[in-house]
Design a protein around this ligand. Structure first.
Ligand SMILES: C[S@@+](CC[C@H](N)C(=O)[O-])C[C@H]1O[C@@H](n2cnc3c(N)ncnc32)[C@H](O)[C@@H]1O
Length: 250
């Protein structure tokens, strides 16, 4: 199975999303001898093999849906090894980086791979993600997950401190994404990674001081059309209010 394309039926070894409710989703890797306990009773993995994705599956005390994994589901259910990016920000990042199938993207740090899955899904089948992480274990686990999720052909994971040693990529990238505490330290190397004809760079920072420092460095290195954006989800509240009758005069 692959997060980057769809298939019809569940096989042994597939990563499957179990949907018990909008606030109760789980990810399992189907192994024919395993059992998963849900609040509706035990689910034997062997009973899922050959079942069509999207089906309703009954347990002793209720039912759930077996869904094909998507980057968005993965973001809601992945094992957190770091803070992660969520779909609201990811949607803005993907749009602003102008990503499409075939794009080449450089990312650091990989973290828990939440953004990486969305990037790979967007640039597949012909694009490539070069993702850099200086924490040995995080880089290793991310690489294992990409392989298990059938997207390893579209990603290269490098274990490296990019602030110290840079990306060491020459003019191959359409876009660079930074989720680092000191993004200004890699701007020079990011510029070197971007294609000669130009590209887009996005840096994600929680503090305005980091944003200011990054913008200053970007300007020093000749980047133009800088924009600072914040993406907020807001409920659409509808309420009834009484307005006084307008006094339109005599
Ligand atoms: C907030 S996490 C990234 C989360 C990721 N965007 C996601 O959605 O899962 C930041 C990551 O950057 C890594 N990192 C920090 N400084 C780094 C550096 N100089 N070189 C490479 N990775 C670095 C950290 O180890 C951490 O895993």
């Amino acid at each position: 199975m692959s997060f980057a394309k769809y298939k019809d039926k569940i096989d042994d070894g597939d990563t499957v999303m179990l949907y018990l409710g909008f606030d109760n989703m789980h990810t399992i890797v189907v192994r024919k001898n395993d059992t998963f306990q849900t609040r509706y009773g035990a689910l034997r993995h062997v009973d899922l093999i050959g079942v069509r994705y999207g089906s309703k599956v009954h347990c002793k005390k209720g039912y759930l849906y077996v869904l094909y994994p998507t980057a968005e589901f993965w973001t809601t259910s992945l094992p957190h090894r770091t803070q992660i990016l969520y779909s609201t920000d990811i949607s803005l990042i993907t749009l602003q980086l102008d990503l499409k199938p075939g794009s080449v993207v450089v990312e650091s740090g990989t973290g828990s791979g939440s953004l990486s899955h969305a990037l790979i899904r967007t640039i597949a089948p012909t694009g490539h993600l070069h993702t850099f992480e200086f924490h040995d274990q995080r880089a290793k686990v991310a690489e294992e997950e990409f392989t298990r999720h059938g997207i390893s052909d579209n990603v290269t994971v490098t274990h490296r401190d990019v602030c110290q040693d840079g990306f060491q990529l020459d003019h191959i990238a359409d876009a660079v994404f930074l989720d680092l505490p000191k993004p200004w330290e890699v701007i020079k190397s990011a510029k070197q990674a971007l294609k000669f004809e130009g590209g887009r760079l996005c840096s994600f920072s929680p503090c305005i001081e980091q944003v200011q420092k990054t913008c200053e460095t970007l300007t020093q290195h000749g980047f133009v059309e800088l924009k600072t954006l914040e993406c907020l989800l807001r409920n659409y509240d509808v309420k009834t209010i009484n307005l006084p009758r307008a006094d339109l005069g005599p």
